[in-house]
Design a protein around this ligand. Sequence first.
Ligand code: SAH
Length: 294
Amino acid sequence: MTDKAKRFPLTLSSVVDQKSKTDHSKRSVATPQTATKNAAWESSRPVPVPRTASGAAPAPSVNRSMARPAQTASHVERSDSMVSDGVRKAMVDRVARQGVNDARVLAAMEAVPRHMFMEPGLSSQAYIDASLPIGHHQTISQPYIVARMIEIMRDNQQGGVLNRVLEIGTGCGYQAAVLSLVAKEVYSIERIKPLHELARSNLRPLRIANIRLHYGDGMLGLPQVAPFDGIILAAAGLEVPQALLDQLTIGGRLVAPVGSRHQVLQLIQRTSKFDWTSTTLEDCHFVPLRAGTV
Ligand code: SAH
């Protein structure tokens, strides 16, 4: 991983260094993924920490090398939202208290201007720990689960090195942006055309060179560019499609919500050409994985 790959061409602080006017009194809109983690909004208090295999850890010091001095903010649309570095830092601190302890993931979360992936009317809520609507009955995932899934994917035998990763369910493009800071190449598939286009326009001002967006049915994966060191599903199926398992490298890790009403996060690791192991982690709540395109 080169240093270059970790950074956006645009300084991120240039798009978020606005005055902090976030209205903390506004609570989240209830959407599918809010179910388990909304209580965490009270950022001043420690929240109950969901523990998984990686165990507890104090909040790590975030690598600040990603934040660069402000350059130009003028050409970045929607930068007038009521957000500051401080509010995003509070979000990251909260995610750390909830049990995410991979400093690289926390740094990526701190670097990506989440409010730029929201419609302007919701951007004041961008840093609360909730999923929020992005249209077409879909949601932007809550910060905790985005961080947690990436942390699990990175906990590999290669010390967290990820060359090529695949995301199923681009949505508004937020998680793809976070992934772009932890992997060399990010491929992301969305089945709803207007959301695929929304992600494109959300990501454009950030000029992230290592993301490739695809419109299509993610259940089929991307055999033309496989294999992937990591695959993340941002939508829940009753099972993980075999096509995706086949597109993992040996040693590769896939993280997916599985289930319908009751969902759990599942980690699947490919151990050989014909073998995979599966581990069930914590409960979660995602929008459904659906076949085909619309
Ligand atoms: N990654 C997003 C989350 C989007 S919500 C974020 O950063 O917040 C999940 C997305 O998965 C929805 O946009 C939904 O349309 C999409 N989805 C569901 N089934 C899919 C499939 N088979 N292929 C691709 N995308 C799918």
